[in-house]
Design a protein around this ligand. Sequence first.
Ligand code: ZN
Length: 500
Amino acid sequence: MSNEKLHALRDKLGEVIDINGAIALLHWDQEVYMPPKAGPGRGRQLATLSALAHRLHTAPEVGALLEALQGDTTLRKYGRLFLAEASYDHARALQLPEAFVERFAQEQSKAYEAWVRARRDSDFKVFQPHLETLIELLRQKADYHGYEETPYNALLEDYERGMTAARLKSIFDDLAPRQAALVQRIVAAKDQPDLAWLDQSWNEDTQWDFTLRVLRDMGYDFEAGRQDRSVHPFTTNFDLFDVRVTTRLNASELFSALTGSIHEGGHALYEQGFLEKDQRTVLAAAPSLGIHESQSRLWENMIGRSKPFWTYYAPLLRKAFPGQLDAISTDMIWRAVNHVAPSLIRVEADECTYNLHVILRFEIELALISGELAVADLPEAWNAKVKQYLGLEVPDDAHGCLQDIHWSHGSFGYFPTYALGNLYAAQLMEQIEVDLPGLWSDVAEADFSGLLAWLRKHVHEVGRRKSALQIVTDATGAEPSSEPFMRYLKRKYGALYGLT
Ligand code: ZN
């Protein structure tokens, strides 16, 4: 960037990015190491830094630089891209008054505390008034941002830019019955996988070492990241060269740490793959959560649960757990890791039922935000939809509408990005199979370099230069659709369950 004003703007916004990096580090510490009594102090530190970041971001100086640059016809392509994204973020931040941002943060932490108690005691009434307040604030937030058709669209914008409720509804209306029908066929199939052998104790240190090995094989750079334990696995970054993942260990679960690490590894490879020249700018980020999730799901499900993957790793797993897997074939491991069964808990759901969990949440969110559904009636509405989509009775709210953290954070519009991630991933994967004919023989040798290079070029290095829609369209030659995902499920699970 040669332009002086552009330099000044980049420096100013770089300060906001630095503070956000520090905020992310404090959040990481909170989930990984922080002692329990440190909570209130940490809350204050985070509030102070968040207010500071918002103030720097919305400072008149930043606005003046943006305005001056808008009319600058000498800007080159890189400068124009940077300016477009910086202006978008700045405008979104300016739409929210600082007092609202503060109030929202306060209500968020109260709602979170109440949700933790409500979930523990399976008592929705404890959470209800807080959720009512958050939904009221979310409607205000939508008003501040402005929207067309439904306030939900304004909220969706924060997670999946450019997406609308109407578009999601048409995707999901098509997807839900087809996935539900496939699940019914799988559940009714005679040839069910043997899962009895999984009922053993799996040494946690051995599991841990295995996750590190696979992450290294995937191409995750441990010189620019690390893995730690946490209750809920996540990926976070403080800088291009500090991208961290976490996983959870449980001696009674052979695959949960490994699949968790591969999932987060997929997110982390994305963030380690931004261009160095974009470091400390808005361009070194994903354009949407859906496209981010496409990376984690592609690695976790399409690679990490594939037969070629287990052709390589099953012998290593047998060696890692001597005496425990001697009679267990590679096929048995592959089938167990892809076991399909409708369940109550989203985060434990398999690939075939996962989107159904998302779709029911989307429908409920939409109804709550529009006011069609009162918060008091949420448990009843939830249980009816679980019955409709998954055929299950919900025994209590802890296993029902209180299971997820998202609503306690006021995150409405987040869930749909998980399903979009599945669709984007399948569409990208179809193209990868065309572009890399040796893909599966490489995967069977744990050589992921060709795959990673493809993802770097078509997704990671793009950063925010393109929208999610544009990334998928440019990489695959077609607009995002659910067809590749349905083809993928039918092919894979047809083979796994002997469906014809
Ligand atoms: Zn994820």
